[in-house]
Design a protein around this ligand. Structure first.
Ligand code: PLP
Length: 256
C-alpha cells in the first residue's frame, strides 16, 4: 500500500488542513498518515483563532509514526512557528524522507496570518532546500521571493528566485490570476498548465491541490505527471462544491 503523510493544521470544517489532505489521499487510493501542527477554530467564513501544538510534541508525533511506517511522500502544510519548521526539518533529515511537497501556508484567503514571520524565514532557509516541490499561490510566492506576483511573467520571475532557494521543482498556482487559471511549473525549464477558472470563492483549494501532488508522487509518478494529475483532480472536484455561510467547500472527491 502506498502511503502519504501530511503535517498540517486541524480545521474543524474539514475543508482545509489535514482533514482535507486525508480526504484527497483516500480519494487517490493512497493511505494517509497525519501529524497535527496547530489546532484552529474556523469555519467557511474564516479563521477565528489558532492554537499551535507544542513543537516538541510535533516532533514526538513524527518520531513515533516514522519509526514505524515510512511514507512514500510527505506533504507539509501549515507550520505556525519557526520551532515547528525546525522540528519538521530534523525529522526529514533523520528519517531520510523523500518526495517532500511543501504548501507554504502563510495567509488564509480570508486574510488571517497562518505563519509567524520567523516560520517564514525558517521555511526559506531550512525547509525549501529539502523540498521536491513547493506549491505556493501568487501571494505566498510573492512573500517567499520578495517581489509582487500578479501576472504570469511575475510568476516566472518568482519561480526562478524560489528555485534558487533549493527546491527541485516550483509550481506557482495561478487560481487568482483572472479568467484563466494558469499554473507555472519550473525546474530549470518552464511548463504551463492552463485551465478554466471556476467562479466562486473556495476554501482549501491550495491544501487539496498540494495533497493531490503528494498522492501522485507516493504512487511513483514524476513531479510533472503528479502536478498534471493534481490539476485534473481539482478540475473534477471544483464543480461539486457545496456552500457554507462563507465560502464554497470541496468534497475531496468527484461526486459525479
Ligand atoms: N486552515 C488551515 C489548517 C490551512 O492549512 C489553510 C491553508 O492552507 C487554511 C486554513 C486556509 O485555507 P483557505 O485560504 O483556502 O481558506
Amino acid at each position: 500500500m502506498k502511503k502519504a503523510l501530511t503535517i498540517a493544521g486541524f480545521d474543524p470544517s474539514g475543508g482545509a488542513g489535514l482533514q482535507a489532505d486525508l480526504k484527497v489521499f483516500h480519494s487517490c487510493h493512497v493511505y494517509g498518515l497525519s501529524v497535527v501542527s496547530c489546532l484552529t477554530a474556523q469555519n467557511t467564513s474564516g479563521v477565528s483563532s489558532i492554537m499551535p501544538v507544542d513543537a516538541g510534541f510535533v516532533g514526538k508525533q513524527l518520531n513515533v509514526i516514522l519509526s514505524d511506517l515510512r511514507p512514500d511522500a510527505t506533504k507539509v502544510g501549515m507550520l505556525y512557528t519557526a520551532a515547528h519548521v525546525r522540528a519538521v526539518v530534523r525529522c526529514i533529515l533523520k528519517f531520510g524522507l523523500k518526495n517532500i511537497v511543501l504548501d507554504p501556508v502563510i495567509l488564509s484567503s480570508t486574510g488571517k496570518s497562518l505563519a509567524q514571520k520567523g516560520a517564514v524565514r525558517a521555511m526559506r532557509k531550512d525547509l525549501l532546500p529539502l523540498c521536491t516541490v513547493i506549491t505556493p499561490n501568487l501571494h505566498e510566492a510573492g512573500v517567499l521571493a520578495g517581489i509582487a506576483v500578479r501576472t504570469v511573467s511575475d510568476m516566472k520571475i518568482a519561480a526562478k528566485v524560489l528555485k534558487g532557494l533549493g527546491p527541485e521543482f516550483v509550481v506557482i498556482t495561478g487560481g487568482h490570476l483572472g479568467k484563466e487559471a494558469e499554473d507555472v511549473l519550473y525546474d530549470g525549464d518552464f511548463l504551463s498548465f492552463r485551465g478554466k477558472r471556476v467562479s466562486g470563492e473556495f476554501h482549501g483549494t491550495g491544501c487539496m491541490f498540494s495533497a493531490a501532488v503528494a498522492a501522485g508522487l507516493a504512487k511513483g509518478r514524476s513531479v510533472t505527471s503528479a502536478v498534471s494529475g493534481a490539476k485534473k483532480f481539482m478540475d473534477r472536484i471544483l464543480p461539486d462544491a457545496f456552500s457554507g455561510k462563507g465560502r464554497l467547500m470541496l468534497l475531496g472527491w468527484g461526486a459525479r
